[in-house]
Design a protein. Structure first.
Lengths: 437, 288
């Protein structure tokens, strides 16, 4: 009896303990429908800022065609979302399909460890070549680009431009001259929305075309620790432009606490006239102010010479396949449909196009909005440069804070660039790039 | 043997709690000490000695972080002690509405910090926020509470005080209530007035309550993160960064080893400030 009790006591305690533990855990992974062998379920993890109607339409067609159900999971956008991705990948609890940035952020994820190599898949041939580069790591293609590229540059209110008799600036000096006139007319020349600090980076990020056209090897040199922002005049110029906009008093008075949404409103009603931002904002304007979208135009951030005028382009995010997926075949079918022209059409059925598409053979509909029409000539004449983060795997995580400091006069351009160089250095070391030991 | 079993079997009942404590508290603490000395990607690690500590301590915004953390901790705990004591004295008197006012004061403590942060961010908006609208009605031009780098940290600290003063008040009320009536009677016989009451009885004899408030709010201030993150995200720029928000940003950037090293440093900092403070304050306590 005593022996029984001796064994039972610890056993029952253990049982109690594990009972408590298992009670706490819950299985949120995808559940395979095993009753019907023809049916399977694919889970896809996307950013919660993406409008889901396109992807839902695609999912509905895929379910009809292939009996593959799609389960959409969402995650926060921005850096917090990146954290969710990294943690879920590292712990092996990832959806079958993963929506994530291309370019430097993809490289930082170590894709060979987590994602399926798609180089040999037939649907990859449908991807436009310039896009393929941003999802390729060590000659392996990992992702299927999602949607369209975005341009970095300046949106402006065409009505006010007409009223004041201004023309689109081709050089930075012309931009400054325009801004002076706008300021003199009592309006906000440059909209600053630094509460959403990512928007403060745009003057620096969208300047990459000008940086690269003056210093063609800057990106490679930066990645190899041979060039710095603070000591390369062309790159330092980006920070100087940001600083100048503040020093000359072009910003709205509440630029430190205004949000992205406030900025859109200012631009649309014409109290603010020029807004350095990514073209993705156009879909917000089209949704919230459909009758004003024709008043909004776009020009790339001008450089110091009109001859090299061109546009900085952000590559689209992409869909990747989780290496640990149980449904590899279904996932490939899903992507094949998504990359087909029918899939693209379905995906875009209710959308406005805010940049060039990543999949070949899709005609751009002719009802595109004026601001996008302003971008197309640059794509046609190939006067575009990918954003720096699409060229090399480096983008210092503190850039938004640094650009807020430079853009609000707390730091000089030079000091901000130096601080950003330190930020880049930390990231390069963390990624183990060569040349940084 | 049987005797031994009889003596030790009770410890089995400690086992569940012990295991939980070990798995969820001790083990992570030991692991974080280890991982702070590695280059870590969550799946892979490489031992790099004290490199992370060196990098963390050379972080350009760290000076601001240390300074802000200390200012924040001192301001919030100081105000909570002063306001909490005054409110405690007021609310341990025999007012008719005392129950109502006590719940009013305590109410913010029950709210989620994130909700408080979001609400105050809206109220502190320079042109559309209710605070500045009221101020402009009184003819005062309100400052840009969260956008002005000189006062943003203090604005957040004030919100923290608003939220935390209820807890301090309750602790003070408990402390003041436990002072025996004899002292007040003795003072009355000696001809003391209300000020003597406060100075010679309430302050020295509510010392244990005061020490609890100081320690709790000081440690809370040192490792405070949620309110500052909801309200300013350490901005504008780095001007309201605390050590905890610097660590969080490094973690977001995927610098896992580095941010773990930061947490170890924060742990050492909190202990190095809190333990001496605690023993100093304890020495000054008197028996009732």
């Amino acid at each position: 009896m005593l022996i029984v009790r001796k064994v039972l006591t610890p056993l029952s305690i253990l049982a109690l303990f594990f009972g408590v533990l298992t009670g706490c855990s819950s299985n949120e992974g995808s559940i395979l429908n095993t009753t019907d062998p023809k049916e399977s379920t694919i889970s896809i993890l996307i950013d919660n800022q993406i409008e889901q109607d396109g992807i839902r339409a695609v999912a509905a067609n895929i379910e009809k065609k292939y009996h593959i159900k799609t389960e959409i999971e969402t995650r926060p956008s921005g850096v917090e979302g990146h954290e969710v991705i990294k943690t879920r990948l590292a712990t092996g609890d990832m959806a079958d399909l993963v929506f994530y940035n291309s370019g430097s952020l993809l490289q930082a994820l170590n894709p060979e460890q987590y994602f399926v190599d798609l180089t040999q898949e037939p649907f990859i041939n449908n991807v436009v070549n310039s896009f393929k580069k941003s999802v390729t790591v060590n000659d392996k293609v990992f992702g299927l680009p999602f949607g369209n590229a975005l341009a970095g540059g300046w949106l402006y209110n065409k009505k006010v431009y007409r009223q004041l008799g201004l023309s689109v600036p081709k050089t930075w000096n012309e931009l400054i001259a325009n801004s002076e006139k706008i300021k003199a007319a009592g309006k906000t020349a440059v909209i600053g929305t630094y509460k959403d600090d990512w928007t403060s980076q745009l003057i620096v990020l969208a300047d990459n075309h000008n940086v690269i056209s003056q210093n063609p090897t800057f990106a490679e040199d930066l990645a190899a620790n041979k060039a710095k922002f603070a000591t390369s005049p062309a790159a330092l110029r980006s920070f100087e432009k940001l600083s100048e906009v503040y020093q000359k008093g072009y910003l709205n008075s509440d630029f430190k606490t205004a949000s992205y949404k406030d900025g859109v409103e200012m631009l649309v009603d014409g109290t603010g006239v020029q807004y350095p931002i990514v073209s993705g904002v156009l879909s917000v304007i089209k949704r919230d102010f459909p009758d004003r979208i024709n008043d909004i135009g776009f020009f790339p951030q001008p450089g110091d010479s009109a001859d090299t005028n061109g546009m900085t382009v952000f590559m689209p995010a992409a869909i990747y396949v989780n290496k640990n997926t149980q449904n590899l075949e279904a996932a490939k079918k899903w992507l094949t449909y998504f990359a087909s022209s029918e899939g693209v059409k379905t995906f875009l059925s209710n959308k406005i196009i805010v940049g060039p598409l990543a999949i070949k053979g899709t005609e751009v509909p002719n009802n595109i909005i004026p601001a996008v029409k302003d971008m197309l000539p640059y794509f046609e004449s190939q006067d575009t440069t990918p954003a720096l983060e699409n060229l090399i795997p480096l983008k210092g995580p503190n850039l938004p804070q640094i650009t807020v400091q430079v853009g609000s006069g707390q730091l000089s351009a030079k000091a901000g660039a130096t601080l950003y160089d330190q930020d880049v250095e930390k990231q390069a070391k963390e990624l183990g790039l060569t040349g940084w030991e | 043997m049987n005797k031994l079993a009889n003596k030790t079997y009770t410890y089995y009942f400690l086992l569940p709690a012990g295991i939980v404590y070990f798995v969820f508290f001790l083990l992570p603490t030991i692991m974080s000490l280890f991982f702070s000395m590695t280059w870590w990607t969550l799946t892979d690690w490489e031992f790099i000695g004290l490199e992370n500590f060196k990098t963390f301590l050379s972080e350009p915004s760290l000076n601001i972080g240390f300074k802000n953390t200390l200012i924040y901790a001192v301001v919030t705990s100081g105000l909570k002690v002063i306001l909490g004591l005054l409110l405690g004295v007021y609310l341990s008197s025999k007012l008719k509405t005392v129950g109502f006012i006590r719940s009013m004061i305590f109410f913010p403590t029950l709210l989620s910090t994130i909700a408080v942060g979001i609400a105050f961010t809206m109220m502190m908006h320079p042109s559309q926020g209710i605070i500045n609208i009221v101020l402009s009605g009184l003819g005062i031009v309100g400052p840009d509470w969260l956008g002005d780098t000189d006062i943003a940290l203090l604005s957040v600290a004030l919100v923290d005080v608003w939220k935390g003063v209820g807890m301090a008040t309750v602790i003070f009320i408990a402390g003041i209530m436990s002072i025996p009536q004899d002292y007040y009677e003795a003072l009355k016989i000696d001809g003391g007035n209300a000020w003597h009451n406060f100075k010679s009885i309430i302050i020295p004899l509510s010392r244990p309550a005061m020490n609890t408030v100081i320690i709790l709010s000081f440690i809370g201030g040192l490792r405070s993160f949620d309110l500052i993150w909801t309200m300013t995200k350490g901005g504008p720029g780095f001007s309201t960064d605390l050590i905890a928000s610097i660590i969080y940003k490094q973690y977001q950037a995927g610098f896992f080893g580095l941010s773990t090293a930061g947490n170890v440093i924060l742990f050492i900092l909190v202990s190095a400030l809190a333990f001496p403070l605690y023993s100093y304050l304890n020495k000054k306590e008197v028996d009732l």
